[in-house]
Design a protein around this ligand. Sequence first.
Ligand code: C2E
Ligand code: CA
Ligand code: CA
Length: 384
Amino acid sequence: KLRIQLARGEVLFREGEDPGTAFLIESGEIEVRTRQRGRDVLLSVLGPGELVGEMAVIDESPRTATARALDDCVLFAIDRHQIAERLAATDPIIRSLLEGQLKRYRGALAALQGKQAAPDALSPSERLGISRIRLEAQLREALAEGQLELSLQPLLDVPLGRIAGYEALVRWDHPERGPISAAEFVALAEETSLIVPVGEYVIDTACLAIARLVAAGADPSPFVAVNVSARQMAHPGVIERIVARVDAAGLPRGSLKLEITESGVLDYGLAAGLIELCHRHGIRVALDDFGTGYANLCHLHRLPFDTIKVDQSFSHDMLDSPRAMAIVESAVRLGRALGAEIVVEGIETPEQLQALRRLGCRYAQGYLVGRPQTLAQLLAHPWD
Ligand code: C2E
Ligand code: CA
Ligand code: CA
């Protein structure tokens, strides 16, 4: 029954019962009482528009209080699956913190009632949630104190046989844990808007690094490719701020490429608008990790990417697996047909590079061409 009518004094649920549903009060008032140290204690009086009994539904524990109608009431039963689904959809860290809070609240209540309280150790998921919140706070501190660094990985112009540009990869050397992989902390930063200042740091540092390389005689001027996350791109005014930083570093606009990953492109409308805006400002855009997500080819033909970067999983297998080779080959052809330049990532052996040459691929990136290096390391070695 969805709509429930209670007469004054009637009990909605009793302490100790298993929770079936929560309730939304339409009219009338409900009081919630429990016994503490042998005394009857009023916990709350709830009225129209308020929820009652949702707590036990959230953590699937027996009711810890009794709810009774103070006058004639009408309530809506809120299905427990409706709440469970919403709970499952929330940020997992928040969910485990909430669960932990409820557990401790129940523990404290049980103690007041003179009952045996469940041990209130942190659960593994709570521990994980807290460690991620700690890491996030440390990342914020690292950013503020200049502990993040940038590595630059060269891209080879395959037909010309020279370095054409660099991809900027952010690095974090954690004071206690040592180096943390970019994949791990970028993913963490992307869960909140922390990715926005991290991204601005990367753009800034990357532009200044390339300006330094040019000043040190890099010829021709290399391009710099910077990874941007979908969340960062969704931030209003982000392109304008990026353009201002390129200008401030004294770089030609065309020397910056933004790399967005396939998953970031799933929002077609957003991606189309951003590419258009970038092009209007003279900035190029690359589709990163091509082949790993669910590349939507219907979208690809309408999104005018300047570059498509084929994921390293294909180049790793290319020489052993005819299917992987066929994918790299068709990506090169696709790029040609769409007027986009192709980069194949993860090139580690001369044989793989030779295969790219044969396929007519424009750029190669990978440990064979060069490992990511700091600006200081790059400046210490003259390039050819
Ligand atoms: P990505 O954009 O696909 O970057 C290439 C990754 O492959 C880098 O890992 C690079 O070090 C690694 N790599 C390059 N050549 C080779 C190779 O020959 N073999 C192998 N096995 N690996 C190679 P890294 O630096 O750990 O970055 C991981 C991911 O983190 C990046 O993948 C990118 O998605 C993200 N990321 C890195 N820096 C940033 C950043 O500044 N902003 C954002 N939003 N994401 C970033
Ligand atoms: Ca990338
Ligand atoms: Ca990639």
